[in-house]
Design a protein around this ligand. Structure first.
Ligand code: AP5
Length: 267
């Protein structure tokens, strides 16, 4: 069972440090989750983190955290432009996203492993990720592409509701709360994300279709891509992902000592 710690350095920025949730795993997983908006990346990320202990690194969450906790950095013109693009459903520019990832390079060789969710989204981002991973001596074990028909995705997005307090994600049909509009976990109010409004959903799906092809080709060429059917229940989808990871194993083995040797000195 995954033990809780404070693994929020990813959200706070390059200088932040985490409180590790327990001993380092012997074999950390380094994974990327790809897929259209609303296909269930966040839902599967929670299950993967619980099972494999890797850190969940979501670029979308960094932007939403900046929205929730306006600080100096979040109030910069650059971050305001990023958040405006996000609310419209557009991709944030490569320049900004890459800068954010560079600042957090320590997370890319975390000895707990990682699960990148929402990054990379363009082939330029994928190339920079390759360079950064090479720099810190980490290689991806697998890139999981979640695939589902568009009508399934639209149903998932339009019914999603998020808790204002604890940020838990619910669904009016597939994962309803006991009391309509109120979070089961903390009693917080549920709301519809700005970018889940129908006009933004269309822009997000178009942005995905226009940019993901070369990213998929990039990882297919690298031999790490696995396409997983994500049209079933969350449990079925998770079973599909596990089957892929367990059948393929890893292209290379890592020991704790190797991982420790890669750990960079604190900044
Ligand atoms: P991000 O936060 O990454 O959003 P996204 O990719 O659009 O994905 P979502 O969080 O909307 O959906 P999800 O796939 O995680 O689905 P979920 O599990 O919640 O990015 C947001 C924005 O930030 C982007 O649009 C962009 O502007 C910007 N951004 C971020 N990274 C960027 C980058 N690298 N470059 C440029 N811009 C970037 O599930 C959805 C709903 O369905 C939930 O209600 C859930 O309960 C339900 N559900 C999930 N799975 C199932 C299932 N199997 N059966 C039934 N219901 C299900």
């Amino acid at each position: 069972m995954h033990r809780k710690g404070d693994r929020t350095a990813w959200l706070k920025g390059g200088r932040a440090t985490c409180i590790a949730p327990g001993p380092f795993p012997k074999r950390p997983w380094y994974l990327v989750l790809l897929g259209p908006p609303g296909v269930g990346k966040g839902t599967q990320a929670d299950k993967l983190v619980e099972t494999y202990g890797a850190c969940h690194l979501s670029t979308g969450e960094i932007f939403r955290a900046a929205c929730r906790n306006p600080c100096e950095a979040a109030d910069s013109p650059v971050m305001r432009a990023a958040l405006d693009a996000m609310a419209r459903g557009e991709l944030v520019s490569d320049e900004i996203v890459i800068e954010i990832i560079r600042e957090r390079i320590r997370c890319l060789h975390c000895m707990h492993g990682f699960l990148l969710d929402g990054f990379p989204r363009t082939v330029e981002q994928a190339r920079v990720l390759d360079q950064l991973l090479e720099q810190v001596g980490t290689r991806l074990d697998a890139v999981i592409l979640l695939d589902a028909p568009e009508e399934v995705i639209i149903q998932r997005l339009s019914g999603r509701r998020v808790c204002r307090q604890c940020k838990a994600s619910w669904h009016v049909q597939y994962k309803p709360t006991r009391v309509d509009g109120i979070c089961d976990n903390c009693g917080g109010e549920l709301f519809l994300r700005d970018d889940d409004r129908p006009e933004s959903v269309k822009v997000r799906l178009d942005a995905y279709r226009n940019t993901i092809g070369p990213v998929i080709d990039h990882y297919r060429d690298s031999g790490v891509l696995h396409v997983v059917d994500a049209s079933g229940s969350p449990e079925q989808v998770f079973a599909n992902i596990r089957a892929v990871l367990e059948a393929e194993g890893r292209p290379w083995e890592k020991t704790l000592d190797e991982a420790a040797a890669r750990q960079a000195p604190p900044a």
